[in-house]
Write a protein that binds this ligand. Sequence first.
Ligand code: SF4
Length: 283
Amino acid sequence: MLSEVERATDAVARVARDPVSLVRAAGDPREAELVAVLASSLAFGNVTTILAKIREVLARAGGPLVSATRDPRALGRSLRGFKHRLYRGEHVAALLVGAARVQRQRGSLGAALASHLERAPLQEALARWVDELRAHGLDGLGDAGARHLLPDPRAGGSSKRLLLLLRWMARPPGPVDVGLWSGLIPASRLLIPLDTHLFKLSKNLGLTSRGAPSWRAAEEITRALTALDAADPTRFDFPLCHLGMVQGCPSRRDAARCHGCGVKPLCVHWRGAARAPPGSERS
Ligand code: SF4
């Protein structure tokens, strides 16, 4: 059933309105890593605003991020006045400068993460990678914006934006994901990037019994998806997210809004629908 949803998703058309499109456009692998860190970190809120804010940072940088991050003071000046939610220009500049320094020291951001994954499970490995990036700039700011921009997975939150970065970079290359780290990090170790919408959809499909999006909920949902594809469970993330958007999933039985939903036969709200008394569906 989920494979059918995946087949029905026009990934090429949909990817144009997704932040990963800017990562794909970066070309050079080192530039793509920095754009991916930027784009995933700002992926918070409405997608139109997210795309506009990522483009604003790229325009303000005045050239490739790989070059702009070599002069932290100039980058800080060019991002002065930038704001997205609780993030300011100084947060974004510190994030990018930190990421670029780790990239230069370790060869690539993917190599740095892969080295942590050799010694630790995903949650701790990702936390160590975050520590490394933060130590080069964000830690010095020490405020809520700095902590939120690059969150600590040890706190137990879903770490959606970090796991989205991993999906983009470590899943095999295709029409959506870039796959630059696919030779370094096995896709089987990834977890689903879980936001409130995907969490609700996962509840509707009976993939989790948890009460809120969290790291544990992402593990539970990924385990359920592993039964469908053990080597690449997060391949279902993009189609499910877009199905949720297109369908405007109401998370309840609603004849009009659920019409044509590709996962309706699996949805807990439609169990026993054939036996439901006439007029019991909301429309
Ligand atoms: S059938 Fe309706 S409630 Fe269930 S997942 Fe689809 S849109 Fe959401």
